[in-house]
Design a protein around this ligand. Structure first.
Ligand SMILES: [Zn+2]
Length: 1007
């Protein structure tokens, strides 16, 4: 999945949740070698052995004493159930609070806990006895006997025979036969799912997922059976009196009805207005991560791979698409048509299944042995050519570079009018937002680059993710980190004319609330799974792969990846499988230090003559300077010096494994620059003298370092100032050189950093300081801003640079900029929109126009009518950039409503409004008031919610706001209080507050 819709601002800070990471009981038990072996059926599909312990009992115990358990479940479970059944599945008190798991077999710590509980029990015996909690006595008083399992109660009141969020491994699906009949008038569908499965271990139950589905009839081996449902965990089960035997092949058939989902996941309905203004409806799917269960009952975990045969019944006016090519169409007596698709030729995870019923049209091309098609609504057919060209080219590239051909005979790319993510890599049927796939031929390369990026990402997934799949969501980076890495690497090779920004994950990873790329803590609830889709998984994952590639000898990285793909094709992996495929022992040792701990290192350089000392520490932003961690990384430190500094051959390498190390350089070396080309995931501090030498060198000759190295110096010095290691004066001193800077990477880095400081100050009552900051920015970059050409610009890099400069110039009200933008806008409207505005300038031109009454209203009209998606999105951003409070309120409520503006755009609108002075307080109120409606559309923990939380809170810097944000989120309880993004927001506000306390006075002096 590509959760980053084009041009939505990426969160610059991020995530975590130390609460979830610290599960000491579970972890300790895992290390306890005396813990008894578990029955295989008790083994939940999970990469970490620690997770097994949550359950703590063998199946035999259960089955032999089922009645006892049932009665105790009534006794104990009901009160638990009463609490939990009213909660959404994202709140799982059972997992976090369930007392039994801490009572299986004593470790030292458990004994202490046990004693403590005994004391509690004694002192509160009477109270406890009459509360459900009295079961502590029974369960824990003698902690060496197995505790009794508490089973939930199913909807019918009977005991549900399973008590884990993860499914048992005793049954494995082999093939699904799915028949679906959507009704696009009543917005409902009926379905029949026939699951062929094989029994892996003797068991008395079959447990699988199902959510928001009404099962009408179920048969097992042709005999009608009763299905039990436990809604909070989205599970259904069938129990049997006797054992299903290992090796037995069984067939479960389920007939059901359901509503098409009105959110963006499951089998959902979507609509758009065609060119006559008539409303058109369609139905599409979005299953990743856990919504396949909303469309058909299934074993909805990535490790349960199976084959699928899909049949869709539709009205003649629609077409149906699925992962595989259509095998045949049958006319039914009702006049409806049934399309049957070939059975999948590959084993795949449920989250990759997809089907669509719509009135789309397509263009196609044969590439090698694959028929590539791009589908869209009929009126946008002429916007599909670029996507087809790009997909064809990239398919050939990946076929070659991965040395395994794309395994299906067809590959469809489909633009869906209402789609939440950027795109989704369903095998053979990739779905996109219209803005991620459709572009006019005459659009700018910058607009096309967005399409190329998303297509490259999703195509890479057909190998990394689809062919080889992570075993569980804690290792999601094995799919998303790779797709992000290859998105970058494939475009570098195939489209060298594009300008590619490197991944940004450091701001998020420098907070205490970050998490390791490969998560060893619990990732179980839907909310925890959703939260894995963040920029640590995507962008830090990709950064680590980039670092590894640049560290290994030429060809070694690819060789390892090919081995990984060959060895695991069709199956599932954990992170260590990857390192083991790259068969150098040092790789595994090195990479584990990067994937298993959160954060990244700061390398400090100090020099005495020819002796250079490098010291590493955890780069952790905190308001409390006493917080230190002992984390160490194996850092592949690269460096260049003044005698040879920009060519790749200048690069020298040194692995820093310990806290400190020294290296020798010639005394005549004037300066060192570490992290050549910024391929390493670390920050460098050069000390006062080191920085001064580098700054002098840049002032003398900008090109002494590569643009990537210059950009990394700017990034690092801002980061060090945030950490309190360098003064803001030193930051400004480095920026002095930028008056001579003309390259895109360092310029955009400097502008991004400065405008984030500016926006922070802008939200405080510091009018004079804001004015001086503005004067500083314009003083430095004004001449460059004024010298920009407003005509058609060919190079993507120049387009990127020009739009960054002009957007900042116009937003700061530089007259030269606003005059030019106004003139272009007038030419465009006067020519009845035939006199086109260059694509990279549209956003700045529209945003300037949207500040006037007439401009805003005419843009709104254009927004309603235009079919050009890239233009439409820029108009929306312009509309949201208004400083008129009434319009801000209108646009926020309109987008939440859906209709004129699709609700999918809410995160983009919120982030745009938040950046403005007028909007940032309104938008926070809006989010508070509308929270429940927002989470109806966007799941708690999802990337959209992460983005909304971040953009509305990240510019607060006062105690009052800190308390308000804290108060609001803690009042949400299971509706969002536990999210990592909330931790991140609180941390960020504290850091902002701290930064202001430290820097305001000095800024007043310096600027
Ligand atoms: Zn992806």
């Amino acid at each position: 999945i590509d959760p980053f819709p084009p041009r939505a601002s990426l969160p610059r800070n991020m995530i975590e949740n130390s609460m979830f990471e610290e599960e000491p009981d579970v972890v300790d038990l895992a290390k306890d070698s005396t813990f008894p072996a578990l029955d295989p059926d008790e083994v939940v599909y999970e990469p970490r052995s620690s997770r097994l312990l949550v359950r703590g009992l063998g199946e035999n115990d259960l089955d032999d004493e089922e009645e006892d358990y049932e009665s105790s479940a009534r006794l104990l479970g009901m009160s638990f159930m009463n609490r939990s059944s009213t909660r959404s599945p994202s709140a799982s008190p059972y997992i976090r609070q369930a007392p039994p798991r801490s009572c299986s077999r004593p470790s030292a710590r458990m004994l202490v806990v046990g004693v403590f509980i005994l004391v509690l029990v004694t002192s509160m015996a009477m109270v406890l006895y009459f509360l459900p909690g009295c079961t502590f006595t029974k369960v824990c008083a003698n902690s060496s006997t197995p505790m009794e399992l508490v089973y939930p109660k199913s909807t019918t009141g009977e005991m549900f025979p399973w008590n884990e969020l993860r499914l048992p491994a005793s049954v494995r699906p082999v093939n699904y036969d799915l028949s679906l009949t959507p009704n696009l008038t009543s917005m409902t569908f009926t379905g029949r799912t026939i699951i062929n499965m094989i029994i892996q271990h003797n068991t008395k139950r079959v447990v699988l997922h199902s959510s928001e589905i009404n099962i009408i009839k179920a048969t097992f081996q042709s005999v009608e059976v009763k299905v039990l449902e436990y809604k909070p965990w989205q599970q259904i089960a069938v129990s049997f009196p006797g054992d299903l035997k290992e090796g037995q092949v069984c067939v479960l058939t389920l007939d059901y009805t359901a509503n098409l989902s009105h959110t963006y996941d499951g089998f959902y309905n979507s609509s758009y207005n065609d060119k006559t203004g008539a409303k058109r409806v369609l139905a599409a799917t979005q299953f990743e991560p856990q919504a396949a269960r909303k469309a058909f009952p299934c074993f909805d975990e990535p490790a349960f791979k199976a084959t699928f045969l899909v049949r869709i019944t539709r009205e003649p006016e629609y077409i149906a698409l699925s992962n595989m090519p259509k095998a045949k169409t049958t006319t039914l007596p009702s006049g409806m048509l049934e399309d049957e698709f070939e059975q999948t030729s590959v084993n795949m995870s449920t989250y990759l299944v997809a089907f669509i019923v719509a009135n789309f049209t397509s263009i196609t091309r044969n590439v090698s042995n694959t028929l590539v098609s791009v589908y869209s609504v009929p009126e946008k057919k002429e916007h599909t050519q670029y996507a087809l060209d790009t997909a064809s080219r990239l398919l050939q590239f990946y076929n070659t570079v991965f040395d395994i051909d794309y395994p299906l005979r067809k590959l469809d790319l489909v633009a869906i009018p209402d789609f939440l993510a950027g795109a989704m890599e369903n095998w053979g049927l990739i779905t996109f937002r219209e803005t991620s796939l459709l572009v006019q031929n005459q659009s700018s390369l910058l607009d096309k680059q967005l399409i190329a990026n998303v297509v490259a990402h999703e195509l890479a997934h057909q190998w990394f993710g689809n062919l080889v799949t992570m075993r569980w969501w804690n290792d999601l980076w094995l799919s998303e980190g790779f797709a992000t890495y290859w998105q970058y690497a494939s475009l570098m090779t195939e489209f060298p004319q594009l300008y590619l920004e490197r991944f940004k994950a450091m701001a998020k990873d420098s907070l205490n609330s970050s998490h390791p790329v490969s998560v060893s803590a619990q990732v179980t609830t839907p909310e925890q799974v959703s939260e894995m889709f963040d920029s640590i998984t995507y962008e830090k994952g990709a950064s680590l792969l980039l670092m590894l590639n640049s560290t290994l000898p030429d060809g070694q990285f690819r060789k390892g990846l090919l081995e990984y793909l060959r060895q695991y094709r069709g199956s599932n992996t954990v992170t260590d499988d990857l390192w083991n495929s790259i068969t150098r022992e040092s790789v595994s040792d090195m990479m584990r230090t990067w994937t298993l701990q959160k954060g990244f290192p700061l390398v400090t350089v100090s020099r005495k003559g020819g002796e250079v000392t490098l010291t590493q520490e955890h780069f952790l932003l905190s308001t409390d300077n006493t917080t230190h961690t002992s984390s160490l990384w194996h850092i592949p430190v690269t460096y260049v010096n003044d005698s040879c500094s920009s060519a790749p051959s200048c690069r020298q390498m040194f692995t820093l494994r310990n806290k400190t190390a020294t290296l020798k350089v010639s005394e005549s070396v004037k300066w060192l620059k570490l992290n050549y080309m910024n391929t390493g995931f670390y920050i460098v501090h050069y000390g006062d003298e080191g920085w001064t030498a580098l700054i002098d060198a840049l002032k003398t000759d900008v090109s002494t370092l590569t643009p990537h190295d210059r950009a990394s110096l700017i990034h690092n010095i801002f980061s060090l100032s945030r950490l309190g290691r360098v003064s803001f004066r030193q930051v400004l001193s480095l920026l002095d050189y930028t008056t001579n800077e003309t390259e895109t990477a360092p310029l955009t880095e400097a502008l991004t950093q400065l405008s984030s400081v500016y926006r922070l100050l802008d939200k405080r009552p510091e009018l004079r300081l804001v004015a001086r900051m503005k004067a500083y920015i314009l003083g430095h970059f004004g001449p460059l801003m004024d010298s920009q050409d407003w005509g058609v610009e060919e190079s993507v890099s120049s387009q990127e640079r020009r739009s960054a400069l002009l957007e900042l110039a116009c937003s700061l009200g530089r007259k030269n900029c606003t005059d030019q933008a106004t003139a272009l806008y007038e030419q465009w409207t006067n020519s009845n929109q035939t006199n086109r505005i260059p694509g990279d300038l549209q956003r700045v031109v529209f945003s300037v126009a949207a500040q006037s009454d007439s401009g805003w209203l005419s843009l709104l009209d254009t927004y309603r009518l235009t079919t050009y998606d890239s233009e439409k999105r820029k108009i929306l951003q312009a509309l949201a950039s208004t400083q008129d409070p009434r319009r801000i309120v209108w646009i926020l409520s309109t987008v939440l409503e859906g209709g004129i503006i699709h609700t999918q755009e809410l995160p983009l609108v919120i982030s745009t409004v938040s950046d403005g002075f007028a909007g940032h307080l309104f938008v926070w109120d809006f989010v508070k008031e509308s929270w429940d409606r927002i989470i109806e559309k966007f799941p708690v923990g999802s990337y959209s919610i992460q983005s909304i939380v971040k953009s509305t809170t990240s510019q607060f810097s006062t105690q009052t706001h800190l308390e308000e944000v804290q108060g609001f989120f803690s009042s949400l309880k299971e509706r969002g209080s536990q999210m990592r993004s909330v931790q991140e927001a609180l941390e960020t506000i504290r850091l902002n507050q701290h930064w202001m306390d430290r820097n305001l006075a000095t800024l007043r002096d310096w600027l």
